[in-house]
Design a protein around this ligand. Structure first.
Ligand SMILES: NC(=O)c1ccc[n+]([C@@H]2O[C@H](COP(=O)([O-])OP(=O)(O)OC[C@H]3O[C@@H](n4cnc5c(N)ncnc54)[C@H](O)[C@@H]3O)[C@@H](O)[C@H]2O)c1
Length: 467
């Protein structure tokens, strides 16, 4: 059992701390006393509400409470840790570069307060080289002659499934250039995870691996989104193409869903950050620049599909939006595509009726969008808002509750439009919708509704392919 301190009680820090506490003694430190108090109340069974929504997290915190200490006091946080994990935010600045100010202030606090030998690992997503920067800051600010090593241990959990992702990760990537420290990190993780999931490497490779993973996943999505546009144009169905290529094990079936674009706290930020980092290093990654551009274009493409149904005039139009979180089962609205769509609709005169399965997502929307007050209404029930004043239903995320809508309850809509931003309705349902005179639009499946113009394609081939 090791003593661990986690810097940052956010979407990464709290689940990671609760997970480590299965076999280690963990202190979660955050200067935000409100967050620490919120977690403490949950751990002590005085409340059931955390500041972040994460499946099974409350249970895990309570299960391991005897190994968890919560504090906003830096002296207590750095009393005697053997490992420190920095899991503070690295939000993008206006140039798309990761802002390292929170990482650096964590390093300064460590330097001023560290009293015993320790390994410091960065869990935050950072530009390669940051561990060396942290090392320098600590070395410069250290008050005593304490031995320490700095490395990298990027996090790959996904919000909504963080607890399960931490319990059964595909791999644990960590890097440290000090071989003795690297061995100690390996031992730390062997208490927690399968040995074959451990993936030790150099510090720089570990830091780059995180950016590379997110850039690759985002690129898969953008690749499918650009194919989806081609599908709409020629009459193919992106879902069928997805199935066809996804069964090829060399390609894999995950992250191939065409949709209105990816969002969230990681993909947009990390793709932008690695693209910018590569440009600054004079090795531009044009493939990732395209990934980012396609993502913006796809959202615009989907939004245009809505607006064109009203000849560009959304005044006094009412839309229902199911799912405001950037994905199902999260209250995190950072770079959420449904939020972007909602704001565009409201900017153009529409009123948006918003439902999400996560109450915290609605609360966050209200808090983060004060200037839109009066232009939207929030609901805790999925069908409550349907009436003869509704002009369209937009599916914003992939929650299973949205996959099989109760069509009878949608019948009252003034304009029977269903816009499937996540491509989650199956062909059978789409056919049912069209039979009931609903118009259905998505990304890459226009042919399911519109059929296929074979003669147009034949003429195209005759015209362009007969040298
Ligand atoms: N959210 C995700 O799904 C996810 C997944 C993998 C990696 N990451 C990366 O992990 C990092 C953390 O992300 P997050 O979503 O948990 O952020 P978050 O904003 O939810 O939490 C960050 C926390 O750090 C705290 N903090 C700021 N300065 C601090 C300091 N000096 N000492 C201690 N705590 C401090 C803040 O108060 C906040 O509670 C980011 O770099 C992010 O890119 C996030």
């Amino acid at each position: 059992m090791s003593k661990v301190t986690i810097f940052g009680a956010g979407y990464v820090g709290v689940p990671t701390g609760a997970h480590f506490a299965r076999t280690h003694r963990v202190t979660i430190y955050d200067p935000d006393t409100e967050k620490i108090d919120t977690i403490r109340k949950v751990v002590n069974n005085e409340s059931d509400e955390l500041h972040i929504h994460e499946k099974d997290l409350i249970e895990l915190l309570r299960e391991n409470r005897q190994n968890i200490c919560l504090t906003s006091d830096i002296t207590q946080a750095l009393k005697d840790p053997e490992f420190i994990f920095i899991a503070v935010g690295t939000p993008p600045n206006e140039k798309g570069r990761a802002n390292l100010k929170y990482v650096c202030s964590a390093a300064e606090e460590i330097a001023s307060n560290l009293k015993n030998e320790c390994i410091i690992l960065n869990k935050s997503t950072v530009p390669p080289g940051t561990a060396y920067l942290v090392q320098n800051i600590i070395k410069k600010g250290l008050k005593s002659n304490v031995k320490f090593a700095v490395g990298s241990c990027p996090e790959f959990l996904a919000e909504g499934t963080a607890v399960e992702d931490l319990r059964t990760p595909d791999r644990i990537v960590y890097g440290c250039d000090d071989p003795e420290a690297l061995d100690k990190i390996t031992r730390f993780f062997t208490f927690l995870q399968r040995r074959d999931s451990l993936c030790p490497m150099t510090t720089l490779s570990s830091e780059l691996t995180k950016y590379a993973a997110n850039a690759m996943l985002a690129t898969k999505i953008s690749f499918m989104n650009s194919l989806a546009l081609l599908c709409d144009t020629i009459g193919a169905n992106i879902r069928e193409v997805q199935d066809g290529i996804g069964r090829d094990q060399r390609i894999g079936s995950k992250f191939l869903n065409a949709s209105m674009g990816y969002g969230g706290s990681c993909f947009p930020k990390d793709t932008q950050a690695i693209a910018e980092y590569a440009v600054l290093n004079e090795v531009p990654l044009s493939i990732i620049e395209s990934t980012i551009k396609i993502n913006h274009d796809t959202t615009r493409y989907f939004y245009k599909k809505i607006v064109e149904d009203f000849n560009g005039d959304l005044t006094n139009k009412n839309f229902v939006l199911w799912g405001i979180g950037f994905k199902a089962r999260t209250d995190d609205l950072r770079e959420s595509k449904p939020v972007e769509i909602a704001r565009n609709l409201m900017d153009n005169g529409a009123h948006v009726h918003i439902y999400d399965t996560v109450a915290g997502a609605l609360t966050n929307f209200k808090r983060e969008n004060p200037t839109y007050e009066g232009k939207y209404t929030l609901y805790n029930e999925q069908y409550e808002m349907f009436s003869n004043e509704i002009d369209g239903l937009i599916i914003g995320n992939e929650h299973e509750k949205f996959r099989n809508p109760d069509l009878e309850k949608l019948e009252s809509m003034r304009h029977k439009n269903v816009y499937d931003g996540k491509n989650i309705l199956n062909n059978f349902l789409i056919k049912n919708l069209t039979r009931l005179k609903f118009q259905y639009k998505s990304v890459g499946k226009d042919s399911v509704v519109n059929g296929l113009d074979r003669s147009k394609l034949v003429n195209f081939l005759l015209d362009k392919y007969m040298d």
